[in-house]
Design a binder for this molecule. Structure first.
Ligand code: SME
Length: 301
């Protein structure tokens, strides 16, 4: 069985490359979708007058990957609040959108859009539309980043490392019911693949967070509710990115080497049961991409 979904996520070279690396995806084809002429050329689309969006047609095996997981992966690599601009690329051809060819998927897609809107601080501008037309792009755009290693890609290279780490993690922990084992595996994989300074979990125990599985130097054992970055992420039940720990009031310096951090809550039925805390020795290490991928990881915890 094969299904298809169309993602517009900025320059299609990087988006194609990303989805080619997704387990369960059979093919990812860059092309032009939902425009107003027939058989457009890249030069025509480039003028931004044809209505087309650079789009990747993703064919997948629904027994191996769900549409929900595909959509959530797509959301990790876009800025959903940026209108007609992704990375350095600007124009309506770089707008973001999910275009579906099967209307029965609309409820799921709408639910995922609602979820994204709830999580996003700014208005979401991602389109959700039926697919009106799609034309595969010229041959030289197909497999562009394979043909041109090191070629232009608007996606941060860490997206590809995160994708592999996330997929490996999902495979390894499949069927594992022990939460501490899953936490230990996540901490090890994140550390091994992304090379941060400290990666670990704190678990909610009463009114405190207690140190759980981690990788890295010795760390504080307990953190109070609302204290430090971890306690704040628990209290606010949301991901907190701290570009510079010196500018976060109440930051708890377990190590003076830590310069920036991200804390992602682990949620169960809307309640925070633990937090994933990652520290870096550089300022400004973490951004939307880290937050989006680490939220996917915590959903598997
Ligand atoms: N810096 C954290 C404390 C935990 S350590 O970074 C491992 C905070 O302020 O919550």
């Amino acid at each position: 069985m094969q299904k298809e979904i169309y993602f517009a996520g900025g320059c299609f070279w990087g988006v194609e490359h990303f989805f080619k690396g997704v387990d369960g995806v059979r093919s990812a084809t860059p092309g032009y979708a939902n425009g107003n002429i027939e058989n457009p050329t890249y030069q025509q689309v480039y003028t931004d007058t044809t209505g087309f969006a650079e789009t990747v047609k993703v064919c997948y095996n629904p027994d191996r990957i769900s549409l929900q997981r595909l959509v959530r992966l797509y959301f990790t690599i876009i800025d959903p609040a940026s209108l007609n601009k992704q990375g350095h690329d600007e124009g309506t051809r770089y707008r973001t959108g999910i275009f579906y060819s099967d209307a029965s998927e609309l409820p799921l897609l709408e639910a995922e859009m609602d979820r994204l809107r709830a999580a996003c601080q700014e208005p979401v501008v991602v389109e959700l539309e039926p697919l009106r037309n799609f034309y595969p792009a010229e041959e030289y755009h197909q497999n562009y980043l394979d043909k041109n290693p090191g070629g232009y890609c608007h996606l941060d290279i860490k997206a590809f490392a995160y994708l592999r780490m996330y997929q490996d993690f999902a495979l390894i922990i499949e069927g594992e019911t022990d939460q501490i084992a899953r936490m230990a595996e996540a901490a090890a994989l994140i550390q091994e693949r992304l090379h941060f300074f400290w990666t670990g979990f704190y678990r909610v125990q009463g009114d405190q967070l207690v140190l759980g599985p981690f990788q890295g130097p010795s760390a504080c054992l307990r953190i109070g509710y609302g204290k430090g970055v971890c306690g704040t992420a628990w209290k606010q039940a949301r991901t907190i990115v701290v570009p510079d720990v010196e500018e976060f009031p109440g930051h708890i310096a377990c190590s003076s080497l830590s310069r920036s951090e991200i804390v992602v809550p682990v949620l169960k039925d809307g309640q925070v049961t633990a937090v994933l805390d990652i520290d870096s020795t550089e300022v400004g290490t973490f951004d939307r991409l880290d937050a989006a991928f680490l939220e996917l990881v915590t959903q598997l915890i």
